[in-house]
Write a protein that binds this ligand. Sequence first.
Ligand code: 4NP
Length: 149
Amino acid sequence: MVCLGNICRSPMAHVVVEARLAEAGLEDVVEVTSSGTGGWHVGQPMDDRAATTLTKAGYDATRHRARTFDPSWHDEHDLVLVMDRNNLRAVGGAGERTMLFRAFDAEEPGGEVPDPYYGDLSGYEEVLRMVERTSTGLVAALERELAHS
Ligand code: 4NP
């Protein structure tokens, strides 16, 4: 999961996808990490507004520490999922295993997860709704993929 700062969108996606994987019994099969294309917040926990939004919805927001995306991770990870088209450019463009996270959103495949950083809490709630819906689609796709491998 990749965004710009790795303190808002990709940490939210990371936590929600992990929760969905655990519900599907896949927590030991699929590993999730997150990172940002910019390094300003490295080592920091997620943004308070992201943490508040996740905690209110019953997720654990306490374990995150921000990291910077490393291009070698294209080889180390099966899927690189980015939140918007700027992130996609920053990681070197779309590829077979590099795409928008919302490619897995049944409602709007190909949509972006908008950057909530300069807005208010309602933007974080909107991000959570998109992330929850997309995570359901992503875990269903992973279950199908794993059933065929
Ligand atoms: P994120 O949000 O990419 O969803 O983590 C941002 C966090 C920090 C900044 C920009 C976006 N920033 O410019 O510091």
